[in-house]
Design a protein around this ligand. Structure first.
Ligand code: SF4
Length: 398
């Protein structure tokens, strides 16, 4: 089966009875723990039938002046398409976790503003592999062994022993940074902008703050016609000017050696949401179907902060767990509908909870890996109630 535990979408996981092979511990828990902590259909904490919960959700959405649909990164492309249709019908906001994660990076890649590649090509060809603000050891556990540093590839038959050069950029010595020992470099930065500046200066033959380290990395890049940089959440929050970062990628490509950019985000189908919304609207996230545009002020957090929404349909995510306290208080004031296979902090305070199936384990469909490659899921079973069915019913009802 294809594991949907993170955006690696590992397609070599084998399940034989209670035995789960090839999955990492995160994937194992995702699959073996599928039946734990399940949500139940509820209206104001009262157990109801699924149809009653869906009816109540329809009523809330119909009576709302400014609803938002938020989440969707762990569901299938088919469910995401229906959610976008629902947002269009309601003329409401739609957003996902990528607006405060790696949406900007994915948008630049989709628009072909920066060169990108596939994880399969990384495995086969990549020499310098840079993780910048990413800690795949915990967030994407098989990323390094399946695609980047450790595996042997067509043009990299000796793997990390001789055919790869790993660079880890982070504010602390993360677990991934601790692996940067053989043919590798760990660069501790306090201000990511300074490292971007150093690269930009170095390609023009000048020295910046990280002049000697950057010089070594660029020299390694020149040895190959295929290098890759994985951007993580730390990079997104560490860099104040993303355009300058993109300029750095372009300049390295022009003047040094080919360098491809890929997101190291962790939600299984976040890129799928970005691509699906982009196909429909030309934008990857934080979109208003009423205003027909995407703006920073349409981000889920911004809308809550400014009290611009009166109802939220939350799909497969748990925003209450990470919202700042003042914004969480505002979130508590609006109507909340949660569609989720699992109980979460958000589902515990929701007005309506609609239980669903775990995409990839209990229902099929398609997902997009973080590099843009599409996969057809191979679930262990097909549950009748899944996100697609729930969205179809809500769409009919509104
Ligand atoms: S790396 Fe991700 S997709 Fe692969 S087995 Fe682990 S959790 Fe599943």
């Amino acid at each position: 089966m294809i594991c949907t535990g993170c955006s690696c979408l590992c397609n070599d996981v084998v399940v034989n009875g209670t035995r789960i092979m090839n999955a990492c511990i995160k994937g194992y828990r995702h699959i073996a723990g599928a039946k734990e902590n399940r949500s139940e259909a509820k209206i104001e904490n009262r157990t109801v039938s699924i149809d009653e919960a869906i009816e109540k959700a329809i009523e809330i959405l119909k009576n709302s002046r400014n609803p938002i649909i938020f989440g969707l990164d762990t569901t299938t492309l088919e469910a995401q398409s229906l959610a976008i249709r629902l947002a269009e019908k309601l003329e409401c906001y739609i957003d996902d976790n990528s607006s405060f994660c790696l949406g900007e990076i994915v948008e630049a890649i989709i628009k072909k503003d920066v060169p990108s590649t596939t994880l399969d090509d990384v495995r086969n060809k990549a020499y310098v592999v840079i993780y910048w603000g990413a800690n795949p050891y915990t967030s994407l556990p098989r990323h390094m062994s399946k695609f980047t540093y450790y595996p042997r590839g067509e043009k990299r038959p000796r793997g990390y022993e001789e055919d790869r050069y790993l660079v880890v950029v982070d504010v602390r010595k993360s677990e991934t940074a601790m692996l940067a020992k053989k043919n590798a470099k760990f660069l501790k930065v306090e201000k990511d902008d300074e490292l971007v500046d150093s690269f930009l200066l170095a390609v023009d033959g000048k020295a910046g703050k990280f002049g000697s380290e950057v010089g070594v990395i660029l020299k390694e890049m020149k040895k190959s016609d295929f290098n890759v940089l994985f951007a993580g959440l730390g990079l997104k929050y560490g860099i104040s000017n993303m355009d300058r970062f993109f300029e750095m990628i372009k300049k390295i490509n022009e003047k040094v050696a080919p360098l491809y950019l890929l997101p190291a985000g962790f939600h299984a189908n976040m890129r799928g949401f970005n691509e699906t919304l982009f196909e429909k609207t030309g934008f990857v996230n934080k979109y208003s179907f009423r205003e027909k545009r995407s703006e920073k002020e349409f981000e889920f957090m911004e809308l809550l902060k400014k009290e611009c929404v009166d109802a939220a349909l939350i799909v497969g995510t748990d925003p209450l767990k990470s919202l700042p306290f003042e914004i969480a208080k505002k979130f508590m004031k609006i109507k909340k509908i949660v569609i989720d296979p699992k109980t979460s902090l958000t589902s515990k305070v929701a007005d309506v909870v609609i239980p669903s199936a775990i995409s990839g384990v209990e229902c099929g469909g398609k997902m997009v890996r973080s590099d843009g490659v599409r996969f057809k899921l191979e679930p262990l079973e097909e549950k009748e109630i899944n996100d697609v069915l729930i969205f179809k019913k809500i769409l009919e009802g509104v």
